[in-house]
Design a protein around this ligand. Structure first.
Ligand code: UD1
Length: 431
């Protein structure tokens, strides 16, 4: 397995191109199941999770074609065309689903288009139990019959789904996306209340509208959908990845220097950019993205609480913690979305960080310096937080289990190295 080796202490200077959002690309790809037409997605990031979902969709009968590249902030995103002329298989097997929880997003579209679906239960994962009850209850309210058998969700709607009013008891990105897609082909009107407002949900809704779906309230917490008999294909540009952009913004703030995030959209990142400002970096919107600067002056401690959008994203919690480990003063970081999302804490401690956990909160007391160490993490964002810590740590940091990073960051080491970081991928044989 590859590793990433970093020698800390180099400031970052340059431009980092921001790719299309992984968390928008995944639901958008599953939306191809809703139509016989061709859905063309541009600005597609090149990531392991995308390949996993492509394999799953292929075995449902989707024809996938990589159509080349599209311009993306000076770099190139990919263009993928997906055509589901006929759904040849409605089972999403355990072997593919277990690799990635987002596979659950095929459930709503399969059920709405084919009238049945059999999807492996995703099971637990590193950051918590992550149940799918909200997805299942919502689909039942649209008239689906659902049974859990032998580790599988067996869902049926032989006469099609019918619209209903669904009030989510808590905000779920995935459940909102699954129900939104299912509702586009359900009979009559569906209302989704307390829906997630994440920009990736909005990106999906905009694409569905272009496919002919009638959706009101896009971007708000109440979505009103008039079901259609069928949808058509379209071409859609995937929204830039605000989590990738936020990660590199924090990299620039922790390492010091000046980095432009080309293609980043500041209006999708208010909460994160505000925290980065409070921590002592300068954030300036530019023509093509966002400039992050910290030339002189120490980082300052600040408090952070994760919340659904437009609050501070849980997917940036590990990264902001890495940053605050070297800030002056104390910071309280509270995680409200996932119950077990502090796996980076013991590893950051091994690098010299002073962090105490109290339930869902972490008290971080800034230390003058971190020291490099061999580290590893068990999820994507935790892994990248160790890379950020490595950028300022004295000596060498070796991050193991790089496959987690490859699930969500395209060419991470190249992008950081191009800005002056001393970072390289070490192939297993040479490690
Ligand atoms: C998505 C993102 C993930 C991000 C998360 C929160 C994708 C592919 N992944 O995950 O990167 O961290 O949003 O912003 O877009 N819950 C239930 N029952 C359910 C569904 C969720 O209790 O049926 C709980 C979860 O355990 C969690 C909370 O609701 O505590 C939020 O989860 P949710 O928004 O659904 O996250 P995902 O869609 O899985």
């Amino acid at each position: 397995m590859d590793k990433i080796r970093i020698r800390g202490g180099k400031p970052l200077r340059g431009t980092i191109p921001i790719g299309g959002a992984k968390n928008a690309a995944l639901p958008l790809m599953t939306a191809s199941l809703l139509t016989e037409g061709t859905l063309t997605l541009a600005n597609l990031p090149h990531l392991a999770d995308i390949t996993t979902l492509a394999n799953l969709l292929a075995q449902h009968g989707v024809d996938l074609r990589m159509d080349g590249h599209s311009p993306n902030g000076g770099h190139t995103g990919r263009v993928l065309s997906l055509t589901a002329k006929r759904i040849s298989n409605t089972t999403a097997p355990y072997d593919l689903v277990r690799k990635m929880r987002a596979s659950i997003l095929v459930l709503g579209p399969l059920l709405a288009r084919a009238g049945k679906a059999r999807v492996s239960l995703p099971g637990g994962c590193a950051i918590g139990t992550r149940p799918v009850d909200l997805h299942l209850k919502g689909l039942q309210q649209l008239g689906a019959r659902i049974e859990l058998k032998e580790g599988y969700i067996d869902a049926e709607a032989p006469n099609g789904l019918s619209g209903a009013e669904i009030v989510f008891p808590s905000v779920s990105v995935g459940a909102t996306e699954n129900l939104l897609m299912a509702a586009t082909l359900a009979g009559g009107e569906t209302v989704l209340a307390n829906a997630a407002r994440e920009p990736e949900v909005t990106d999906l809704a905009v694409c569905l509208q272009a496919m002919g779906a009638r959706i009101e309230g896009v971007g708000s917490d109440t979505l009103r959908i008039q079901g259609a008999r069928s949808l058509s294909g379209t071409r859609h540009d995937i929204v830039p990845d605000r989590i990738e952009a936020g990660t590199y913004a924090m990299a620039a703030a922790i390492a010091g220097g000046e980095v432009e995030l080309a293609g980043a959209r500041p209006e999708l990142m208010h909460a994160a950019l505000e925290i980065i400002r409070q921590a002592g970096a300068t954030v300036t919107p530019t023509k093509s993205g966002i400039m992050i600067r910290r030339i002189a002056g120490a980082l300052r401690g600040t408090d952070v609480m994760t919340e659904p959008f437009p609050g501070f994203p849980t997917d940036l919690q590990a990264q902001i913690m890495a940053l605050l480990t070297t800030a002056e003063g104390a910071s309280m970081i509270t995680e409200t979305i996932f119950e077990n999302r502090f796996m980076h804490v013991p590893e950051l401690r091994r690098m010299g960080a002073n962090i105490n956990l109290h339930g869902a909160s972490a008290m971080v007391r800034g230390v003058p310096r971190l020291t490099g160490a061999p580290v590893m993490a068990t999820d994507l964002r935790a892994s990248v937080s160790l890379v950020l810590a490595g950028l300022v740590a004295e000596g060498e940091t070796l991050v193991n289990r790089v496959y987690h990073l490859d699930r969500g960051y395209e060419r991470l080491e190249e992008k950081l190295a191009a800005c002056g970081a001393e970072i390289e991928r070490v192939k297993e044989a040479a490690a």
